[in-house]
Design a protein around this ligand. Structure first.
Ligand code: CO
Ligand code: ZN
Length: 333
């Protein structure tokens, strides 16, 4: 599964520019499902039908395929680019990083001369694509073009590092669960959503179209296990995180309890998660139509929204087993 994660995280795909990553996910998931389609906003919907048709549920499983990034807002006479954020970006983390555009063009993030580091804001940064002037810079990196972090996947053994683990690792968990799922009474709709990082937008429309009985999002969550870090109960290596609450959702009690029961029955390591700031696609799914009982399986992740997001491979495998365990059961909600 590490090869799958590597392929997904290294692919380009800031919010609104998901064509390349959708193609990669389509190739990876198609062998394990019965139907695939892309919807009007670009969400990829992969359906695995029930193997016995009695009393099963329609379950929407959502993971977002977009990643955070930058969008060019202005090109100056010398060819330096100014940009705005796509999703949550920190100027201190961006400085000195490289970003990549859709065609593979690399840019370096530099900063104006600043006296006080506290003055480092996004509008003090620029991107240098090695152009000699404005005309050359505008060819492929003009106003409205998007770039994401440029960084390779690294395998540290139990720990895996890359940009865009948020949320390609969630997409990988879904593909792996689709692969391993052999018999199920439920209709599984694996939805690889667009534009989560700018406001859960793809999940909102795809949930309306799918009209599921139950919604489950797969996404990363923060941890509280680094030096003088956030006081939070989730830790890397502690197993799949079952969300109780974040800013977008209070998990439906029956969905949350189902997740914990499956984890206990299948001896899957798990931990409960309360995230004080942040949301997932489940925030949009549960408010669809007349309401959809929803929850989230989270992959504990350090350094979220940096080019070096770290997950534990054991946690990733626990999330696959938990998702598969839910999808193959007769569910009473
Ligand atoms: Co994110
Ligand atoms: Zn995410």
């Amino acid at each position: 599964m590490k090869d799958l994660i590597k392929r997904l995280v290294e692919t380009y795909g800031p919010s609104g520019s998901e064509d390349q990553i959708r193609q990669v996910i389509l190739e990876e998931v198609r062998p394990y499902v019965d139907e695939t389609r892309a919807d009007p906003l670009g969400n990829l919907i992969a359906v695995k039908h029930a193997t016995k048709k009695n009393g099963g549920k329609k379950i929407m499983v959502a993971g977002h395929m977009d990643e955070i990034g930058v969008m060019v807002t202005h090109v100056d006479e010398k060819g330096f680019l100014r940009f705005g954020a796509i999703g949550g970006l920190s100027p201190t983390i961006l400085l000195g990083e490289r970003v990549v555009f859709a065609d593979g063009t690399i840019g370096i993030v530099g900063a104006e001369r600043i006296e006080d580091p506290k003055d480092l804001r996004l509008d003090k940064l620029f991107i240098d694509v090695g152009a000699k002037d404005k005309a050359q810079a505008e060819k492929v990196t003009g106003v409205g073009r998007s770039a994401g972090y440029f960084r390779e996947f690294d395998d540290l053994g139990n720990r895996l590092v890359s940009k865009a683990m948020d949320d390609r690792v969630g997409c990988a968990v879904m593909i792996q669960a689709a692969k391993e799922l052999k018999k199920s009474p439920n209709e599984a709709y694996f939805v690889f959503t667009v534009q989560e990082e700018v406001g859960l937008r793809g999940a909102r429309t795809s949930a309306f179209a799918v009209d599921p009985d139950i919604g489950i999002a797969l996404d990363v969550t923060r941890t509280g296990d680094t030096p003088k870090g956030l006081p939070m109960a989730v830790e890397l290596g502690g197993g799949a995180a079952i969300k109780v609450k974040d800013s977008s959702l209070v998990a439906h009690p029956k969905v949350k309890d189902l997740m914990a029961q499956v984890a206990q029955a299948d001896k899957i390591p798990y931990q409960f998660e309360v995230l004080e700031a942040g949301g997932t696609d489940a925030g949009a799914i549960h408010l669809s139509r007349a309401g959809v009982p929803s929850g989230t399986i989270s992959i504990p992740t350090r350094y979220i929204h940096t080019p070096s997001e770290v997950v534990d491979y054991g946690d990733v495998q626990a999330c696959v087993r938990l998702l598969k365990g839910i999808l193959e059961r007769q569910i009473d909600i």
